[in-house]
Design a protein. Structure first.
Length: 530
């Protein structure tokens, strides 16, 4: 039987805030025991408070006084938490496995036992792909498998890379991590090498004649739970989309400065690709945005609202190239209603960061307006954070499909406000979002595969299912009160929103993985833990 005491199962850094959550209607005495069983702290919890997200009562046990390295547990009466560590380097292993996930998702190349262990496989998806509705075939191999399936989607790829670039900007030590990939040891840092693997594929998805970018390449449907080389149905390239083309432009523009010191020609190729995509993106506007063409049923990344992608693209283009045209277009978009976010659907927050960090001249009034919008958004999140016993910026309506991505994303919004205001309260709140993901949550699960004591064993991820072992280092989707798959309905019907999670292979709505969830978490960790 699992404990009713929830902690970050990885642990805490010595000087970070440390809070455990205990389920109960009354305040409790709690103890912190060290590895020898000795009590090193005894305190009283906060008063109990009702939580609409869990439909339960909980108290907080704050043991931030514990700063000495070591292994500990929290004890309340006869109940104990899982053991956790206090130490400066507790996240190193998780960060490396979160990064290695991208390598293990590589498509169109052999993964050898030496670097991929049990997930080794021959090259996959390397036949030319049919451009939908034509007899034209195109070579688009490479890139990363997107998620639990083997599709490759530009919108998803672009936001993944954007988050990874922000992670690097906030924590350059990521570039020193030995990811144990075949190219390790070369002049280019491993993470940039890995990102380049995705960039090279994205470049293949741009039409040479027009500069427009195809939305995705997948088979017509999803395959069974097999290794990727066994998915051999015809690959289909879906039509150009505005979101893919704008996101592509933004992402390529961002990438230029990271690669210029290592490979000037590659950086120039991306600059050219970004400019061509940006110049034509508006020509692809179709009412309602991209939808799957008939006969294709893989992920749509449907997005009816395409202004935020153009907003982001114009900001990154200005930041990268300093052309007045991009500035004017961005400033024009600012006056329209855009959707702020760091997810695949709402991307304008990336645009804000680009405009506010460019070395080219900006308009003070517009910059102030952006800063105010960022702080306003964070303040709204702070209200939810203060009201939520688990100290996340969610209310009971926020546990939707991919909720863990929004947890990470909200943490980044709080960090943005910290950067602008210098107020520690935002930074502390942002860090609590990481504690939630690593186990301080009512599902009593560490949401990163292979990490913690209460682990995720059955992620909706084809290689993991084929090998019968969860690949390490994947952030899974988390609670979704919408009950969007049969397993979720069976296991979670009647549960409170924050508890609608089930560790089942077929629960794609609560237990899947994606490249852009890993990247969102890496971005937040780089921001608030460095
Ligand atoms: Zn593949």
């Amino acid at each position: 039987m699992k404990s009713k005491i929830y902690v970050n199962e990885i642990g805490y850094r010595p000087n970070d805030r440390k809070v455990a959550i205990y389920c109960g209607k009354d305040a409790v005495n709690f103890q912190i025991l060290d590895k020898t069983g000795a009590c090193v702290l005894q305190k009283v919890s906060t008063e109990s408070r009702y939580n609409p997200s869990t439909e339960n009562y909980e108290v907080k046990c704050d043991f931030s006084e514990i700063k000495e390295n070591g292994e500990y547990i929290v004890k309340v009466a006869d109940e104990v938490s899982v053991p956790f560590v206090v130490g400066e380097d507790i996240y190193n292993h998780s960060v490396k496995s979160l990064m290695r996930f991208f390598y293990l998702q590589r498509c169109g190349t052999e993964l050898t036992k030496e670097f991929a262990g049990e997930y080794a496989h021959p090259s996959c998806h390397n036949t030319p792909a049919r451009i939908y509705g034509t007899d034209i075939f195109r070579e688009v191999n490479g890139g990363w498998h997107d998620a639990g399936d083997y599709g490759r989607y530009i919108v998803a790829a672009a936001v993944t890379l954007a988050a990874l670039f922000h992670a690097i900007e906030n924590d350059e030590s990521l570039l020193k991590v030995d990811m144990q990939i075949p190219e390790s040891g070369q002049a280019m840092p491993d993470l940039l090498t890995e990102i380049r693997y995705e960039l090279e594929w994205m470049l293949k998805m741009q039409d040479e004649a027009t500069g427009k970018v195809y939305h995705k390449v997948t088979c017509a449907g999803f395959c069974d739970f097999i290794m990727p080389e066994y998915e051999t149905e015809e690959l289909v390239i879906c039509p150009f989309s505005l979101t893919a083309t704008a996101d592509f432009a933004a992402c390529m523009a961002m990438a230029v400065k990271f690669y210029a010191p290592y490979d000037k020609a590659f950086a120039e190729r991306m600059a050219e690709a970004a400019k061509r995509a940006y110049a034509v993106m508006r020509e692809i506007q179709v009412p309602g945005g991209f939808l799957n063409p008939e006969g294709v049923v893989t992920g749509t990344y449907e997005d009816k609202y395409e202004l935020d992608e153009q907003y982001w693209a114009s900001a990154e283009m200005y930041k990268a190239f300093g052309d007045e045209l991009y500035k004017n277009e961005f400033e024009n978009y600012v006056n329209q209603e855009v959707m702020h976010g760091y997810g695949w659907e709402d991307v304008a927050s990336f645009g804000n960061l680009a405009y506010l960090s460019t070395s080219y001249p900006t308009d003070d009034k517009i910059a102030d307006k952006l800063r105010k919008a960022i702080v306003d958004k964070a303040d709204a999140l702070m209200k939810k954070y203060e009201a939520n016993n688990y100290e996340i910026s969610f209310d009971e309506k926020d546990f939707i499909w991919g909720s863990n991505m929004y947890i990470a994303e909200n943490g980044s919004h709080l960090f943005d406000a910290y950067k602008i205001t210098g107020k520690d309260e935002y930074l502390i709140a942002a860090r609590e979002h990481i504690n939630y993901i690593f186990g301080k949550n009512p599902c009593n699960v560490c949401f990163i595969t292979g990490a913690g004591t209460n682990q995720v064993y059955n992620p909706h991820h084809r290689p993991s299912a084929a090998v019968k072992k969860a690949m390490l280092g994947m952030l899974i989707g988390g609670p979704d009160s919408g009950l969007h798959d049969p397993d979720a309905v069976r296991d979670c019907a009647g549960l409170a929103p924050a508890l609608c999670y089930t560790d089942k292979l077929l629960s794609y709505s609560t237990n899947e993985v994606t490249i852009y969830w890993n990247s969102a978490l890496l971005m937040l960790m780089a921001q608030v833990l460095s």
